[in-house]
Structures are given as structure tokens and as C-alpha cells.
Design a protein around this ligand. Structure first.
Ligand SMILES: [Zn+2]
Length: 360
């Protein structure tokens, strides 16, 4: 270990320093230089009479070998497994949610629960959810994504908040209106935008080192089937995604969202829902893939945003047929109310010859 005296003041200043009001953080790839920079600050602040809460100083390092040196180098500092910077958990190694992150997610869910009491229409509630619940849940995830289970829990709190469409499949709900309010895709597009900004400033590094923003985004996109072409360029089917330096960031984020929606829909199509099973029975996997790609999800999304409660139920598949009711409930009548045949969804929606004509 080098002694900190081996650095001049100018050299020590190379440690990345961030000052936010009365909070300061130092980050450096060089252990001794980071310590020296922090100590320089404390010497200066003592010399000008600033009152510092030295017991609040936290430090952590990676790898573990260096972290273990910290208590010897700075015995009066607190050396936890993760430090808290501006309400964000920074950890030197992979670990499950910290208490801070768990508490924040709980607080977001609590907000949704409280806001569910508001007597406002559906679309207004959606806006309120985006305004108050989502920012709370999104805060603090910088290069790490919340787990899919946690993200889904926050997303499902919206259904509880609006008190509607409980039987709609979560994958369909996410596909139709999750693009603007599901943590998984919001975290990805935020990270993508941040990397574009970093590229403009020349600070983005194309790497696969765990714990870096590039690695986090690359892994997330890989899961959706994006293949890397060159640095900062991906391809998926016939769509090219690139992290631009200045413009087109919004258009590129649209590609990310669409690929996320398509992936969810494919997952749904392979699932146990009877509509999905029916679809599989009627078509080949290849045809199904093509049909999913040809779906106008943008039109579905726009129509959903303008729809009333019954239209939303149809849009999300949040309905049950008489056939389903007859199977689930002993006193349910499985027959079509118009022709007495088995009233499954396909029959009611498409095949019944006796269905009354819609009034103008
Ligand atoms: Zn019928």
C-alpha cells in the first residue's frame, strides 16, 4: 500500500469529487489517492472552522482485499458493506436489495395504496400514479435494475389503485400501458438516455465490467434479443438501435419500448392463458411470431388511452366468457346467451350468428 504522502495536492485532486450542498463524495480507482483527497478536505474544513460530523463519514472499497484495509487506514470512519450517497445505496459487490431500497419500494407501494382513495377517473389516476408513485420507486437505481418481481409489484399496485381490470393478464397490461409506467422499461430508457449524454460529454465507456452503466444496459438489451453490431449499436430483427451522441434519443427509446412490449407479448403467447393456448392451436410458432410483429401495438396503446371502462376491459382481455363462468362456478351457465351453444370468447366475439347487431 502506498502512503498518501506520495501524491501531490494536484495529483490527489484527480479523484472524482462531487459536492451537493453539505454532502461530499470521492470516488477513485486509486485507493490512496481517494483517501488523501478526503483527508485534504477535512484538513481544509477544520482550518476554516467548518463543523463536520466525522462520525457520518462512510467508506467502502472493492475488491474485498482493499475493503479490508480500510479499517486500518481510517479507523475512525464507518466501514459498512455499502455506503449511502444522496439516498442511494452504493455497494462494492453484488447483493440483494439494501434496507434503503426495500424501504423505498415499500414507500412507493404505500403511496399507491393511499392514492387509491382519491375519487378521480381512471386516466387521471394513471397520471397521478406516474407523478407520485413512479418517481418514488425509480429513485436510486443507477446502474442496477430493481428485480422483475419488485418492478411487477409496483406496476400491479396501479391496478389496485384504479380498482379495475384485475383479471387482465399482467403481461398484456404491461404491453398496452406499461411503456410509460413500468419500472423495468423506464429504468432501461433512463439508463440509455444517460449513456447518450455521457457519450456526448466523452465520459461513456463501452465495457462489460460489472457495476458499470454500459454493462447494465448491454445485459438488459441482450435479454430482449438485441444483438450488438458495433460499440453502441444493436440490431433486433430489422431494427437498428444506436446510442446517439446528440439527437434521436427519443426515437431510439421508442425502439427499446417496442422491443420490450414485443418480448412480453411473446412470453404471454407461450403461457397458460386459454386465449394463448387457442392461438397456439390455430397457428404455427413461426406464423405467431410474424403475427406479433405485425400487430399495431402503437394503435392499441393509443386506443386504450382514449377508451372508457368497457373498452378498456376488452382492450386488456379483462373479461370472462359464459363458458369460463360455467366451468368456474357451479351455478354458472356456460351457454351463449343468444344461441345456446357453448359461449366461449371466440364464439361470442366472432362466430355467433344470433348476436344482436350493435346500435348506431
Ligand atoms: Zn351464440
Amino acid at each position: 500500500m502506498q502512503s498518501e504522502a506520495s501524491y501531490t495536492e494536484a495529483e490527489a485532486s484527480q479523484a472524482t469529487t462531487r459536492i451537493y450542498m453539505d454532502d461530499r463524495s470521492w470516488v477513485d480507482a486509486d485507493f490512496d489517492r481517494a483517501l488523501q483527497r478526503a483527508n485534504q478536505w477535512h484538513r481544509w474544513s477544520a482550518s476554516v472552522g467548518l463543523k463536520e460530523s466525522r462520525e457520518k463519514i462512510q467508506a467502502c472499497a472493492k475488491p474485498q482485499r482493499i475493503h479490508d484495509q480500510l479499517p486500518m487506514a481510517q479507523p475512525d470512519w464507518s466501514i459498512p458493506d455499502q455506503v449511502k450517497v444522496l439516498g442511494v445505496s452504493v455497494r462494492p459487490k453484488m447483493c440483494a436489495n439494501t434496507e434503503l431500497e426495500t424501504d423505498r419500494l415499500k414507500a412507493a407501494l404505500k403511496r399507491a395504496q393511499l392514492l387509491s382513495c382519491l375519487p378521480v377517473p381512471y386516466h387521471r389516476k394513471l397520471e397521478i400514479y406516474k407523478m407520485f408513485v413512479i418517481p418514488k420507486a425509480l429513485y436510486g437505481w443507477i446502474i442496477r435494475f430493481s428485480t422483475k418481481a419488485d418492478s411487477n409489484k409496483v406496476f400491479n399496485s396501479l391496478s389496485k389503485m384504479t380498482g379495475s381490470n384485475y383479471v387482465a393478464n399482467p403481461l398484456i397490461r404491461s404491453t398496452i400501458y406499461g411503456g410509460a409506467c413500468h419500472m423495468q422499461v423506464l429504468l432501461a430508457t433512463r439508463l440509455f438516455k444517460r449513456l447518450c449524454r455521457m457519450r456526448s460529454r466523452g465520459t461513456a465507456i463501452w465495457t462489460n465490467i460489472p457495476g458499470t452503466p454500459a454493462k447494465a444496459l448491454r445485459s438488459w438489451l441482450k435479454d430482449l434479443g438485441w444483438q450488438e453490431q458495433t460499440q453502441w449499436t444493436w440490431k433486433r430483427d430489422d431494427i437498428t438501435l444506436h446510442a446517439p451522441l446528440h439527437t434521436e434519443v427519443t426515437a431510439q427509446c421508442h425502439h427499446i419500448r417496442m422491443s420490450w412490449r414485443e418480448t412480453l407479448l411473446r412470453k404471454w403467447a407461450g403461457g397458460k392463458r386459454h386465449e394463448a393456448q387457442e392461438w397456439r392451436r390455430l397457428t404455427s410458432p413461426l406464423q405467431m411470431r410474424a403475427e406479433i410483429r405485425n400487430l399495431d401495438l402503437e394503435a392499441a396503446r393509443k386506443s386504450f388511452m382514449k377508451s372508457d371502462a368497457p373498452a378498456r376491459a376488452i382492450n386488456l382481455g379483462s373479461t370472462v366468457s359464459p363458458a369460463w363462468m360455467g366451468r368456474k362456478h357451479a351455478d354458472g351457465d356456460p351457454r351463449c346467451p343468444w344461441c345456446n351453444q357453448l359461449g366461449n370468447f371466440l364464439h361470442i366475439a366472432w362466430h355467433c350468428s344470433q348476436i344482436p347487431k350493435a346500435k348506431d
